[in-house]
Design a binder for this molecule. Sequence first.
Ligand SMILES: [Zn+2]
Ligand SMILES: [Zn+2]
Length: 148
Amino acid sequence: MRNNVDVNAEDYLISHGVKPSVQRLAIMNYLFSHKTHPTADEIYMSLHSEIVTLSKTTVYNTLKLLAEKGAILALGVDDKNMRFDGDISAHAHFFCTKCGRVYDFGFEIMAKINSLASVSAEGYRIDDSQLNCKGICSECARLEAESE
Ligand SMILES: [Zn+2]
Ligand SMILES: [Zn+2]
């Protein structure tokens, strides 16, 4: 699921128990093609010129529904804004406090953690696990070093 640009959004929504509508398909396709972990506002700003009937409330409600159905991830990596991810495979996130970008990493580590947790005898059923890290990304660190 890491590279899911070729996934048909309609089939994808149906497989997650979500009835596909024009708005839902547009939002799902946006998340498939934008790996930037956008905020709800960013998604709204990009889509409302194409779909004039799209309201901010619809975007918020759709994202909430998609996250509840497990079709997308709602990330708490950024304190100020909820971020959304169309890649639901287990991976960790890195938030750069300087440029605000959210990066993917730790695919192998998270898969290992989830498989360890699922075989643990403690009886917990894990539906969601997030590993969020914060700091300065390599690009910002490089720019910082250059300006010194
Ligand atoms: Zn950065
Ligand atoms: Zn991600």
